[in-house]
Every structure is written in C-alpha cells, then in structure tokens.
Design a protein around this ligand. Structure first.
Ligand code: PEP
Length: 266
C-alpha cells in the first residue's frame, strides 16, 4: 500500500449465488464491514451476476459499497443479443465494471483490441473500470510474464487519454493463481505491480502511474491478504472465492484498511 492511493477491494461473485442468497450476501457484507470497522474507509465493490444486480443494488441502498457489472458490451446499443451495455449498468445503479477477466480473455477469447473498445465505452458511460491483466503459467515459465502483461496494457489502454483513463483500476491476476488456491508470493506481486506502473508511466506519465491503483487477484483470502497488501505497489485486491463469504471479504477489506493505515494513509 501507499499512503497516496486509497485501497480498492472488489468481490467478483462470478456465476454464483441465486436471487435470495445474493441479497443475503450483500446484507451480511454490509454488517460485516461495519463490524470490521472498514465501512467507507476503503473503496469496496461487489460484482454480482447480471440478473441480480438490481436487487443487490436495492439491498445495498445508501451503503458506500460500489455495485458493479462483471462485464459490458463493446457497443453502446443495438442488435447484440444477450449482451448488456455499459449504459444499462449505469441505469440500474452500477458505478463500476470488470473488463477483461481471464475467464473471458481465455474462456471466451476476448482480445486486447476488443477489450479496448469495452474499456472506452465503459469509461464514456461514466463507469469506473477494473481492467484485468495477467499471464498464464506457461508464459511465466518461459520468462514472458512482464512482456505479456505490458502488451495487454498497451492494447487495452490504446488511444485513451489520461483524463479518460484515470478512472481505471488495473487488476493484476496471474491466470495460474485464479481459483487454484495458488497465490503469487507478495514479492512476485510487487515485482509485477512495479512493472505495470512503469508501463503506465511510459503510456502516460509518472503522475498518472503514481495515482493509478493496481490491485492483485488470485486466491486472495483472509489469511494471505495482509502480506500481499503490505507491498508498496499493491493497492488492494480483486477477490473471487473468498468474496462469497461476508466475514472473509470483510477481513480482507480490513487487512487493506490496516495496510493503508500502516503506510500512512487514512
Ligand atoms: C477472480 O475471479 O478475479 C479471482 C481472483 O478469483 P479467486 O480469488 O477465486 O482466485
């Protein structure tokens, strides 16, 4: 953590919960964040499945927890059966969206050019975007991790101006660590986050790089969060499995708040 960057912790529910349990999870999460003393101290967000967004949003009410979509279409509107636009997300109260999660990059073959379009349209709609990047295990083993992530960043930010792109949170999510129980070491995460900050400085400038939040995702849980968040370039986390348990997610948010406070933030 760094004092100048407010931590961000997002809970990606993926294709889990049903309508009732999603609302219950949101309710439990609000209570757990208050109990953990981290409500409003950091930026916390939840990304429920599309059909439950409205209900979860209603449940969250005036809570500072941000509501977000797990994806959005690359087009503004029209004949795109089954897709959900960024404006539609805004319309039902979302303020954030995940773009380029590895389960879409690799599972659905979404490439950088396409993700750039999604990112541009999400930002144009006024959403904050969590842009996911990360290498596969084979790419890491071949020594290509930093080059792969740099290419993803360049392709996804593309022609966006610094003024537009300042609402992007970058999520470094090594593909081999997502849902596997295997986390990057805090040192591995720090090294990649520093490298990402270098690419952002090159794409924009050092001020932009210094103010952009870079969060880590990949099997973060209530036990390992503290050590990862202690690293100076790690500004929070994108949490999958552990976000489905209110107590665990609240503990992770608390770890972020404590790491920030230890770094001199408030
Ligand atoms: C994710 O889905 O972004 C993720 C990091 O999942 P998990 O925490 O389950 O590895």
């Amino acid at each position: 953590m760094h004092a100048s960057r407010r931590p961000f912790v997002g809970g990606n529910w993926k294709m889990n919960t049903d309508l009732a349990s999603g609302a219950e999870l949101a309710d439990a999460l609000m209570a757990a964040l208050v109990a953990a003393g981290s409500e409003g101290v950091i930026d916390a967000a939840v990304y429920p499945p599309f059909p439950y967004l409205f209900t979860v949003g209603r449940t969250l009410g005036h809570s500072p927890i941000l509501l977000g979509g797990q994806d959005c279409a690359a087009e503004a509107s029209g004949a795109f059966t089954g897709q959900v636009s960024a404006d539609m997300l805004c319309d039902i109260g979302c303020r954030s969206v995940i773009i380029g999660h590895s389960e879409r990059r690799h599972g659905l073959q979404e490439g950088d050019e396409f993700l750039h379009q999604k990112l541009a349209i999400a930002l144009e709609s006024g959403l904050q975007a969590v842009l996911c990047v990360g290498e596969t295990l084979a790419q890491r083993d071949d020594g290509l991790a930093e080059a792969v992530v740099a290419k993803q960043l360049r392709g996804c930010f593309g022609t966006l101006t610094a003024e537009t792109a300042d609402r992007v949170v970058v999520a470094y999510e090594p593909v081999w660590a997502i849902g596997t129980g295997r986390t990057a070491t805090p040192q591995d995460a720090q090294a990649m986050h520093a490298s990402i900050r270098g690419v952002l400085a090159d794409l924009y400038d050092s001020r932009f790089a210094a103010q952009t939040r870079i969060i880590y995702g990949g099997s973060v849980n209530a036990k390992n969060a503290r050590a990862i968040f202690a690293e100076p370039d790690v500004d929070g986390g994108l949490i999958g499995g552990a976000s489905l348990k209110a107590e665990d997610f609240a503990s992770i948010c608390r770890a972020a708040a404590e790491a920030w406070s230890a770094a001199g933030g408030h």
